[in-house]
Ligand binder design. Sequence first.
Ligand code: UD1
Length: 394
Amino acid sequence: MKVILVVGARPNFMKIAPLCRAIRKRNQSIHDNRYIIHNILVHTGQHYDYEMSKIFFEDLELPEPDIYLGVGSGTHAEQTGRIMIELEKMLLKEKPDLLVVVGDVNSTLAGALTAVKLHIPVAHVEAGLRSFDRTMPEEINRLLTDAISDYLFTPSPDANENLKKEGIEDKKIFLVGNIMIDSLLSNMEKVKKSGTLKKFGLKKEQSIDDRQQTTDYALLTLHRPTNVDDKDAFGRIINALIKISQHVPIIFPVHPRTKKQMQVFGFQHYFVDLKKDTSSIINNGLYLTDPLSYSEFLNLMAHAKMILTDSGGIQEETTVLDIPCLTLRENTEWPITITQGTNVLVGNDTQKIENEAFKVLNGKGKKGNCSELWDGKASDRIIEVLLEQLVFKG
Ligand code: UD1
């Protein structure tokens, strides 16, 4: 079986790494060559900066991509179109039995659309998630990718329900659990050993397992167009951050698009740039740093008092790590992190953000309890299903 795995943007890498590992493990354990899975890793190049891409390959021990399409930045149409044009040439040459896409970025949709038109079966990992907000490019990518995929691997029962409501046949849907958590759990030992707390001057004693040994701090990520492309919205968030950071230091690894917008709006002066000022974070305040590697970020997340974010993946990780998460969005494609997890939606309303943050700082943050299939074995279940469907049945 020849399988092409497509990745493109930062949140794809931690979803594809467990799948590569599961394929490797499976190939090593079988003796009949007919059942070997030959996988080709394609990187579209949607994210290309070292901190947004290569550092994750190193950290997650992902093999170098076999093929790099190098599409780079552009409008949605330019980016999606360029990926399709380059990928089509490659698929015509390689003639794979299956193409796998993950998540909801432009590379996900472009990959699925190119393959389906060439009659190549498509598997979508992390299918069925819906924010029900069609102004988000990711929601459009999710809806369209699911509509044309042949194998839909879902992380939670609500995702199955969404797909059924959209008329997708039961036989295409497989509830396998959350692949992002495969990465999280398998990297936890490495994460504990990463010297991130020390690097930021947050570690007081030797033990990093003990949260009491670190300085209290909050962690922030922000990159959604609704929050950072609109000066008023971004300003409302900054007002809340200024207030909260009078009580706890906030560390902000900044996404390239957000950095650009901060310069456009002249918001940089609200932040202490840790690159320029290397003193450790001992005082309360707002601290800016470059995007971090996977292990560094997880290490900071695991010891933080709370996370403020508009990311999708961080809502899942904080629930598993039982860290309070304030999501700076009006909706989420991960409702389970609200019903069972540590997540609270606060939008970009100054007062709402402050209220929820002070609840956490006063010890009243939400407690998390994650779904039973978020157990680190989603990738093994995906491989079993694919072999069953494509090799043994076929
Ligand atoms: C993309 C995904 C989003 C995901 C996010 C995580 C889509 C539609 N969006 O959003 O779902 O949560 O990645 O990071 O696919 N840029 C750089 N260096 C890079 C990559 C991007 O400077 O390595 C700049 C680009 O020039 C562009 C901006 O960042 O101006 C946005 O990049 P893009 O990939 O279009 O979308 P993201 O906002 O990163």
